[in-house]
Write a protein that binds this ligand. Structure first.
Ligand code: PMP
Length: 446
């Protein structure tokens, strides 16, 4: 077997990709990794440090994908590494009560007032799935309302999209999901309160929960007006549904208390993932104690997991959250990201990519290469992104990859800045974006 890491062609990305296609569906273990959104062969990565990631072909990139969000201190942060090594020395799976999860849970509860109790799971998907089960049990209702453009993991009931006619006619967004399960979910548009009110007038009494990503970051970055988020919370309460904030991306990332802290919206239930595990597999759902007490063995809602609260993940999460609380990097990250986004946006405009913009919040940014012309505000819904974005993004991505910047290999995934991204690296991305955007504009015009 060729050894990944040597620079022989048989161990390079091209060769590994040929092998991967034979053993994994589409060559990967999660779809975006396959580069379908940008074309070309995925780079096989086998090492990372700080702001950089290395492929098996011997190239190093500044990483702006950052494992899709968990690594707020960059790769191999020394404090996280130490905590993980110490945990490993003691043992890596017990399947018992253990102190690591207790420490992490108390650390969160003592700082995030709306998390009175919580339960650790292994992924964001599991967190959302479990939170909705609790909501159904608590309300005795079965339907859930979500917003188009928000992603909540791959649980059946939320892999749905609005039907072509009425918003309440939902259909599966994946093969293998029954129409009956899809029909349990209603899909509303972001930033459209009148439509939400119409839906709730007819179906409000059927809803167990309204779930929203308070910072939608899975169809690019669709920053919501604060008034809209508050209105969603009011409407949920008005119809007796629980408000579930999905903070898998935004939790501990935009502020320690996530978007709930920044917006002032208080959830009944909240879901976490990514940063809470410091780059190891963790999810969590938490919220009102009376709701969490419905979960087994305290209550009738069954939910369990062999690897739940895995001690290595707990150690990584606790080291990460301790560091975030001890010296909050949020203002610095937001300032650096704002500067980066502003510089890239100027470059896109200078290149003549009309309608382009770079929405950003905290340490998240999204180069939108074609918004609807003439729009003065930020994109807030999926249809605020023009179809040309997809066409422009592929050469933009590859141009930057060739210059040593690894953006997410999809036009609809956001970029992440970590504390390990020095200002010079951000400046280099901005400079190279200008050149690459100009070339993309010329090539697509010509
Ligand atoms: N909710 C949100 C907001 C997410 O962004 C994601 C994953 N990107 C999930 C849920 C699902 O998390 P996981 O991939 O860990 O299952």
């Amino acid at each position: 077997m060729p050894v990944a890491g040597s620079m022989h062609p048989e161990a390079g990305s091209e060769a590994l990709w040929a092998r991967a296609l034979k053993v994994f569906p589409g060559g990967v273990n999660s779809p975006v990794r396959a580069f379908r959104g940008v074309g070309g062969t995925p780079r096989f990565m086998h090492g990372a440090e700080g702001a950089t990631i290395r492929d098996v072909d011997g190239r190093t990139y500044t990483d702006f994908c950052m494992a899709f969000g968990p690594l707020i201190f960059g790769h191999r942060d020394p404090d996280v590494l130490r905590a993980v090594q110490e945990a490993l020395e003691r043992g890596w799976s017990y399947g018992t009560a253990e102190p690591g999860s207790l420490e992490l849970a108390e650390f969160i509860r003592d700082r995030v007032p709306w998390v009175e109790k919580l339960r650790f799971v292994t992924s964001g998907t599991e967190a959302v799935m479990s939170a909705l089960r609790v909501a159904r049990a608590a309300t005795g209702r079965s339907r859930v309302l979500k917003f188009a453009g928000c992603y909540h993991g791959h649980l059946d009931s939320l892999l749905v999209q609005a039907g072509s006619g009425l918003a309440e006619q939902t259909r599966p967004d994946s093969a293998g999901i029954s129409a009956a399960v899809a029909a349990e979910t209603l899909v509303a548009d972001l930033d459209d309160l009148p439509q939400l009110d119409r839906l709730l007038e007819r179906h409000g009494r059927e809803l167990a929960a309204i779930i929203v990503e308070p910072l939608p970051a899975n169809h690019g970055l669709l920053i919501q007006r604060n008034e809209f988020l508050h209105a969603v919370a009011d409407r949920a309460r008005g119809c007796g549904a629980l408000l579930v904030l999905d903070e898998v991306i935004s939790g501990f990332r935009v502020a320690f208390g996530g978007m709930a802290e920044l917006s002032g919206v208080r959830p009944d239930l909240v879901t976490y993932g990514k940063v809470i595990g410091g780059g190891f597999p963790v999810g969590a759902y938490g919220g009102r104690a009376d709701l969490l007490d419905l979960v087994a063995p305290a209550g009738p809602v069954y939910q369990a997991g062999t690897l739940s609260a895995n001690p290595v993940s707990m150690a990584a999460g606790l080291a990460t959250l301790r560091k975030l609380a001890a010296s909050p990097p949020y203002a610095m990250l937001a300032a650096r990201t704002a500067e980066l986004a502003g510089a890239v946006e100027q470059g896109l405009h200078a290149a003549g990519l009309r309608g382009a913009c770079v929405p950003h919040l905290g340490s998240l940014f999204w180069p939108l290469l074609a918004g609807p012309l003439g729009r003065e505000t930020l994109p807030r819904r999926p249809d605020h992104c023009a179809p040309e974005h997809r066409i422009r993004y592929a050469p933009f991505f590859h141009g930057l990859l060739a210059r040593g910047h690894y953006l997410a290999p999809s036009p609809f995934e956001v970029g992440f800045v970590s504390t390990a991204h020095e200002p010079e690296r951000l400046a280099a991305l901005a400079t190279d974006s200008v050149e690459v955007a100009a070339r993309v504009a010329r090539e697509l015009a010509g």
